[in-house]
Design a protein around this ligand. Structure first.
Ligand code: SF4
Length: 96
């Protein structure tokens, strides 16, 4: 049995401005506690401390946040890596 890997979360370059949704971050910030996304300064602590990144090279929370802030709505919402975050109990309970 082969281990199933998630698809790489890759921002297509060069960025096409027409594909960016500048209102996406505002949509996200309407959710409880999600307004904190605007303070992300890309330090990488979330990625470095996430237990999933130890087992899945294609998972990188910092990149997901950057893509969301850029307005790459389609990429973020269509990616299966997004759902990995919601499956980790430690994050749900604020233990990280
Ligand atoms: S990269 Fe991660 S840990 Fe660093 S500020 Fe952004 S969300 Fe927080």
């Amino acid at each position: 049995m082969t281990e199933e890997k998630v698809k790489p979360f890759k921002v297509e370059e060069p960025l096409r401005i027409a594909r960016l949704d500048p209102t996406f971050k505002d949509e996200i910030m309407k959710e409880p506690n999600a307004e904190l996304i605007k303070y992300c300064f890309q330090c990488g602590t979330c990625t470095g401390s996430c237990i999933v990144t130890r087992f899945e090279n294609n998972f990188n929370p910092r990149r997901i946040i950057k893509a969301a802030l850029l307005g790459l709505k389609e990429l973020v919402l269509s990616s299966d890596v997004l759902w990995i975050c919601t499956s980790v109990v430690a994050v749900k309970e604020g233990e990280t």
